[in-house]
Design a protein around this ligand. Sequence first.
Ligand code: NG1
Ligand code: MG
Length: 574
Amino acid sequence: MAAQLPIPLYTTLADAFPTSDIALKHAARFNDLAQEFEHRFGHKPTYIARAPGRVNLIGEHIDYALFGVFPTAIEQDIIIACAPHEPSTRDPGHVNAHNVTPKYVPQSFTPMLRRRADSIAKQEKQEEEEQGNLYLESDWHLDIDKRELRWESYVKAGYYGVLNNYFSASSTSGVHPKPADILVTGNVPPGSGVSSSAAMVVASTLAFLAVNGKLEQQGNGLTKGKLVSMAVENEKRVGVNSGGMDQAASILGTANSALYISFYPSLAAELVTLPTTIPGTKEEEAVFVITNSLVVSDKVVGAKTRYNLRVVETLLAARLLAIHLSLPASFYESTVTPNRPTLREVVSAFILQYYSGATEPVPEKELENGLEMFLDMVEVLKGETVREAMGFPQPEDESEQGLKIEEIIKASGMDEATFREVYLSWVDVEATYFQLYKRTRHIITESLRVLEFRDLCLAASNAPSSGSNISTLEALGSLMNGSQESCSKLYECSCPELDQLTRICRESGALGSRLSGAGWGGCAVSLVPASEVTTFIQSVKERYPGYQGLSEEKLNEAIFATRPASGAFVYKLT
Ligand code: NG1
Ligand code: MG
């Protein structure tokens, strides 16, 4: 059985149009949405774009450090009905965006074409950065409020990429984006770590591509790989400097398989069969159950002290490690992120330095060995150790392992202005102590857990035993528990409710349980023997304090079994 299949990222999006059996599965919801669209806009939609959420089985907060992750797409999705606005009397690219959920009020907006004079771009960059916003260059501009979480921000984010990739100022020659009506609905729980945001951005990107006739256009250069990069870039517009896991999973998801997604030296994905059915049978032996802690993590508003701070901490750690390893100056120049090497790149350089036979890209097997050895290296990031090496005074409170920014600047070997430009100008973060040691220790051990998880799955499907997979499943569960422990203690991205929920899940029969997604709230994912799912769900419902007093309907939204589902597509209605 071929368990490990590379996904051809170069395939064109023509096959994003589903076969009718896939679309049929969604027929009832698609019909309802199309009717509601006609009711609101007085004309029929021409396409429905659909993108699923995802659950990350293991590998948290390592995608932006460019280490591989292990998600699956889930059944829950965002669907967007859309059509060009007819007759087209509006400004180019004007959008009427409605959402079926009443609390998300309708919005209208028009993108503005910027003049690309360098002086204007410079001024805009300065203004954005003064407000602590991420500045991404573009020909087109849409106002996205980064201080408040707004539903239409994700619609605009998806639109951005379409405008800037297909209607750029230099190549428009009179071709304007079409005015469009769109209607959004979905059942991915928001703010819960199952990527409602990526589902929104991917669906929106696809909807605007479709409305503008870009999906069917021959030679448009649009591939699945390109769509992933576009969606990743698009989501950054909302203000979270995320990695690429969610959008990749939403686009590349395949029924019955998990995805091993790697980002270095470039995006790659492979399908990995999960050992959750008994070999030789279709009988399920275990399932993944999602439980929502019901703590909503507001990643956009809290980004300064949480998500974006973690991104910066890991980059600072990479810089100090590169110095410790005496990597040549050329190393800082020739990276994926210019002047700002990621941990994955430092690990590669480390492996190349120590295994003289290795060449880029470092093979996975050597990555695993290399990561083990690299763990010793991480010790040099302890606050105490850095201060001692640099001759800085130690703080009174010896339990404090973190480093102050002034200490990091001195240790970085850069002058302060350059340091601030490279590491702090593009992102707004706030911390007294930067925890380089703890964050890096999490990233390296978590990356090792992902590789072990993948190895276990591959071994089970390449050499199927004649019976139960239970020992493999137990091993997978214990890696998941290790991940939760590390997220909680080292990465500090859990919260008391998630710690409690994952504990209750284990006590209720899960082989392993961990938070999924950015954390600080949102969902946990548990691996549960199929024979125990009913009692598991019952027990968690009874025991998790956040579930007390909820209606059965709400409970069923908060806790549900999930199987790897298929990825995003566009359905053509006319
Ligand atoms: P969620 O919380 O599902 O949005 C976020 C990031 C991912 C990844 C995880 C942590 C976004 C859009 N996505 O996922 O890239 O870093 O956190 O593993 O912010
Ligand atoms: Mg998200």
